[in-house]
Design a protein around this ligand. Structure first.
Ligand SMILES: Cc1ncc(C[n+]2csc(CCOP(=O)(O)OP(=O)(O)O)c2C)c(N)n1
Ligand code: SF4
Ligand SMILES: [Mg+2]
Length: 293
């Protein structure tokens, strides 16, 4: 019998790359990367057990600086690729990294379908309410009246509410956290990764260079933690809470969670049994097509 080699405990160093992030000093993305690493270490995940799929944006550069499997895809297209990655190997934890432009703008159609399919992945939406990478244009979550490069007289388009959208589309878990509260964010990421289904974490993330309104101080002043006795299974109450935005009204925590909702992979038990690569996918032309359906 072969002897099992002892496995050394996973540390932050195991998830740290040689290259350092090129985000602006003080950017909220640093706090999100650190909280993600801490969550993975707390859960004692091995780097090879984790796949991080990102779109395009400052936030979406994160996979370059996390020592795990990673794919920096196309603007708005992380979710379909993440869905495929998860179905191809359900033993792998799949995390999506997205921005408010990437995930709630160009990629919002994919959010709708990932939510309704309840794909077993965790989406971290770095919501800085601006297009950071392209130097400060209004995004779908830019507040009304906010003056940006594309809204010089102030934004007159009502912002999209990602929380109500995700709940309405059938997401299994919908939470909000903050890059400025690493402890809360780490715990929320762990909860989302342990959740069996689609978990969206909308993360308040200051862009210190191009958003001078929604700063660390602004979010700290506006955000408030959900009460300790909050019941996340009450969908109507979660929706009501998700509608709120403003002073002492931006709720941090898990607004909604349905632990009984079937996930997409529940419909494909043969994929859960073993990864796609270990299946015999050869097609026998003598058999009727119906044999394969
Ligand atoms: C198809 C396509 N359209 C537009 C762009 C230009 N572009 C790159 S990132 C970006 C927006 C980034 O904003 P966000 O997703 O909020 O990420 P952040 O930089 O704020 O983290 C845009 C419009 C692109 N790369 N590809
Ligand atoms: S432009 Fe904004 S979002 Fe991008 S790295 Fe700088 S501070 Fe962060
Ligand atoms: Mg953004």
């Amino acid at each position: 019998m072969s002897e099992q080699l002892p496995v050394a405990p996973v540390t932050m160093k195991d998830f740290t790359t040689e290259n350092k992030p090129d985000w602006c000093p003080g950017c909220g993305d640093f706090g999100i990367l650190n909280s993600l690493k801490k969550a993975l270490v707390d859960m004692q995940k091995q780097p090879h057990e984790v796949t991080v799929i990102a779109g395009i944006g400052c936030s979406s550069k994160l996979p370059h600086w996390l020592n795990a499997y990673g794919f920096h895809t196309l603007h708005g297209r992380a979710l379909p690729i993440a869905t495929a990655a998860r179905l191809a190997n359900t033993k792998n934890d799949v995390i999506v990294i997205s921005g408010d432009g990437d995930g709630y703008g160009i990629g919002v159609g994919h959010l709708v379908h990932a939510a309704r399919r309840n794909v077993n992945i965790t989406m971290l939406a770095h919501n800085n309410q601006i297009y950071g990478l392209t130097t400060g244009q209004a995004s779908p979550t830019t507040d009304l009246g906010h003056k940006t490069k594309t809204t010089p007289k102030g934004n007159f388009e009502a912002p999209l509410n990602p929380m109500t959208l995700a709940i309405a589309c059938g997401a299994g878990m919908v939470a909000r956290s903050s890059a400025g509260d690493p402890k809360h964010l780490t715990e929320t990421i762990k909860e989302a990764m342990q959740y069996k289904g689609f978990a969206l974490i909308d993360i308040l993330q200051p862009c210190v260079t191009f958003n001078k309104i929604n700063t660390y101080a602004w979010y700290k002043d506006q955000a408030v933690k959900l009460p300790a006795d909050w019941d996340p299974t009450n969908k109507a109450k979660a929706f009501e809470m998700a509608l709120k935005w403003g002073h002492n009204d931006i709720a941090l925590g898990t607004l909604y969670k349905d632990t009984k909702l079937p996930t997409l992979e529940d419909a494909y038990p043969w994929l859960v049994e073993k990864p796609l690569i270990h299946h015999d996918l050869r097609v026998d032309v003598t058999k009727s097509l119906h044999t394969y359906l």
